[in-house]
Design a protein around this ligand. Structure first.
Ligand SMILES: Cc1ncc(COP(=O)(O)O)c(C=O)c1O
Length: 403
């Protein structure tokens, strides 16, 4: 089992997985601008590790984390479905070869046109996030003469230890249906029973979860709701416990991450086994994103200027918050490495070209001395990096390549 995946060999950075060792130096031979590199061997390794730990759990990869077709091709090969949150993501997944019957559709703001696309094509599951959405689904399905496959996303009002912007399971959040509104949900669903097939219940507590006590409490809270639903809708048999398993950004420790994966699986199975005894056809589902692809991408960028002031040394790159917004948005940490390891160590603020003081990729980073035109590698850019990029300042998007 690998512990570190980005290491120096002969002073050059190398990207490891269980099946390959890829030198990053050759990627900048004909450098044309900032570039994300996605290691598909690494994604395959993580997918298989998760499939082993979450045995008999159907995985739906959260496409919002990274929508690159080459990344999606790994999930297609490994028989993983896709979790989508917009009509655009539905169309993209289908263009990349996924069937509508392998898609789970979440999101609080589904438009009529998006629901028509989903219901017309008999999508596998729509995770309903509110009572007005349930009414709209009923109307659209009736108009199309279809039965929509739905699951109810419940907001358990349970917090996780994560950045507040990526926690989604609290009553202050816009996501999911409040448990106190569940009786009404069941009434509306019964009213619309001719146009709905109630398949189950879903949950997503938020992202970057590294402790599972909240997950355990939430599953315990949802079980009675699931059984109530099943009494009225006997076809209710899916329990979707969402995504959110976290990774380490500040250190590389894949062994520890695997131990956490096993702990996550044990928490989930210990709660679900009792339910399985009552619901023999119970199917478990998960919607992982970050854990599968987060470490699998790096961002390669070039130093434009080393700017020395009386107070600081800045490495000004050709890439910043336009390509990787997580540091600006959540003060998230991303490791920064020099592509070739030589030089005495110095401390830099690593910043981009964008006209915002929030445009930084790392502060007070100790790196081997850098000069103009040297390359840096930003670690852990496989999830929520290119997919959250913008054209701000009319800077060009980064290239995206894979092995
Ligand atoms: C509904 C839903 N499912 C799954 C995910 C994936 O989460 P993660 O990438 O943390 O696994 C998200 C992320 O925001 C989400 O909103």
């Amino acid at each position: 089992m690998l512990k570190e995946f980005l290491i120096y060999q002969n002073n050059e950075l190398v990207f490891l997985s269980d099946s390959s060792s890829i030198s990053l130096t050759h990627l900048v031979k004909n450098y044309q601008g900032p570039m994300f590199f996605y290691n598909r061997d690494f994604i395959r390794m993580r997918t298989r590790q998760m499939q082993t730990a979450l045995k008999n759990v159907k995985l739906f990869y959260a496409l919002k984390a990274n929508a690159h077709p080459q990344v999606l091709s790994v999930f297609k090969d490994e028989n993983v479905g896709v979790d989508v949150v917009s009509g655009g993501e539905i169309e993209h997944a289908v263009q990349c070869g996924f069937s509508y019957q392998s898609l789970v559709y979440s999101g609080v703001g589904k438009t009529k046109a998006e629901l028509e696309l989903a219901i017309q094509n008999e999508i596998y599951q729509i995770n309903v996030e509110s009572i007005p959405e349930l009414y709209r689904i009923g109307e659209v399905a009736k108009k199309l003469g279809k039965k929509a496959n739905v699951a109810f996303r419940v907001n358990p009002d349970i917090s996780i230890q994560s950045h507040p912007y990526i926690a989604t399971g609290l009553k202050d959040n816009k996501f999911g249906i409040d448990t106190n509104q569940f009786a009404e949900v069941m009434r509306v669903a019964q009213e619309n029973a001719a146009h709905l097939s109630v398949k189950g219940i879903s949950l997503h507590l938020g992202s970057q979860m590294l402790d599972f006590s909240s997950l355990k409490d939430s599953l315990a809270k949802l079980k009675p709701l699931f059984l109530d639903l099943r009494k009225i809708f006997p076809e209710c048999h899916r329990f979707d416990f969402g995504g959110g398993l976290g990774i380490f950004y500040e250190k590389q420790d894949l062994e520890m991450e695997n131990r956490l994966l096993n702990e996550y699986a044990a928490t989930m199975f210990s709660e679900m086994n009792a339910l399985k005894a009552l619901v023999p056809d119970l199917e478990l589902q998960s919607e992982p994103g970050r854990w599968l692809v987060g470490h699998a991408g790096v961002l390669l960028a070039q130093v434009q200027y080393v700017k020395v002031t009386p107070y600081k040394e800045f490495l000004i790159l050709d890439s910043g918050m336009n390509h990787l917004i997580r540091p600006s948005l959540y003060e998230a940490y991303h490791g920064v490495h020099k592509l070739s390891a030589n030089g005495v160590e110095k401390t830099y603020d690593v910043v981009g070209p964008i006209c915002e003081s929030a445009d930084f990729l790392g502060k007070n980073r100790v790196l081997p001395e850098m000069k103009q035109d040297d390359f840096v590698v930003i670690r852990d850019c496989g999830a929520y990096a290119a997919s959250m990029a913008s054209d701000y300042n009319l800077q060009r998007r980064a290239f995206e390549v894979s092995n």
